[in-house]
Design a protein around this ligand. Structure first.
Ligand SMILES: [Zn+2]
Ligand SMILES: [Zn+2]
Length: 266
């Protein structure tokens, strides 16, 4: 073993570098899903310049989220049929179905025609269409290939530390929205801040992992709100990011929830 390998300065540098890459990757991928795919594309809770939209959304695509058209189409259907027959991923049909099983059945749950009626806005964007506009397996395969190529480039440019940190961040960020879909619709978890007809709940640990998306009952009560953490204790990293973008003049038409003293309902 070389002296450099056991040098405390070298070890400290490697750990610091790993933590920095992990946090940077977590924010890039996490915000890609929450700010990009979800609050921006699906719910139009704010507007940003087109170049910034593509930059943010790329973080979600490189978390194996698949084509934005497909993701948005599935999620809009979830809001229309929350916890009733036709919901693509309700835990009423089993926890593992809500966690990941639904991904392999979407071609049966949502026809291409229905998908296209959900996402007329995104269908007008040729780049979005190129990434896939149906539940055909090729769009998932294309996403997987582009994700692998991106990691090879990352490794060649920055080495093992960056690659492993990014893969770990990707793994956690990938499962975060799946936890929102499943855990945040189970009556035994979290609480309701808003009276909604569906089973959506606010679950603090899912909210921390998913950069604010775990305040899911709030989200179902007001889907177009750019802010998901309504109460003072509901930490919402995605909202803080949107707030900063707004202060920088990069996000506009930001939709906010009513300001009031929120109380836990049940
Ligand atoms: Zn939901
Ligand atoms: Zn939503």
């Amino acid at each position: 073993m070389s002296i450099a390998a056991i040098n405390p300065v070298s070890i400290t540098w490697t750990i610091s570098s790993f933590v920095a890459w992990f946090l940077g990757s977590y924010l890039y991928h996490g915000l890609g899903v929450t700010l990009g795919y979800h609050r921006l594309l699906t719910h139009k809770a704010l507007t940003v310049p087109r170049w910034l939209m593509y930059l943010i959304v790329s973080g979600g695509y490189l978390t194996l989220m698949g084509s934005p058209i497909v993701w948005v189409g599935v999620h809009r259907l979830h809001h229309q049929k929350t916890d009733v027959p036709g919901d693509p991923h309700s835990p009423n049909e089993g926890f593992t179905h809500a966690l990941y099983g639904w991904m392999f059945q979407m071609d049966k749950i949502q026809s291409t025609e229905e998908l296209h009626t959900q996402v007329k806005d995104l269908m007008a964007d040729p780049l979005m269409r190129m990434l896939g506009d149906s539940h055909a397996p090729w769009q998932a395969l294309l996403c997987l290939i582009i994700n692998i190529v991106a990691r090879v480039v990352l490794f060649l440019l920055f080495g093992w530390t960056a690659l492993i940190a990014d893969l770990l961040a990707t793994l956690i960020v990938f499962w975060s929205p799946q936890l929102v879909n499943s855990v945040c619709h189970l009556p035994n978890f979290g609480y309701k801040l808003q009276a909604t007809k569906d089973n959506s709940r606010n679950v603090w640990w899912v909210a921390l992992l998913s950069l604010g998306e775990g305040w899911h009952n709030n989200h179902h009560a007001m889907p177009t709100s750019a802010r998901h953490g309504f109460a003072w204790w509901e930490v919402d990293i995605t909202w803080y990011t949107i707030w900063i973008l707004e202060k920088l003049g990069l996000s506009k038409k930001v939709i906010r929830p009513p300001e009031k003293n929120y109380q836990i309902q049940s």
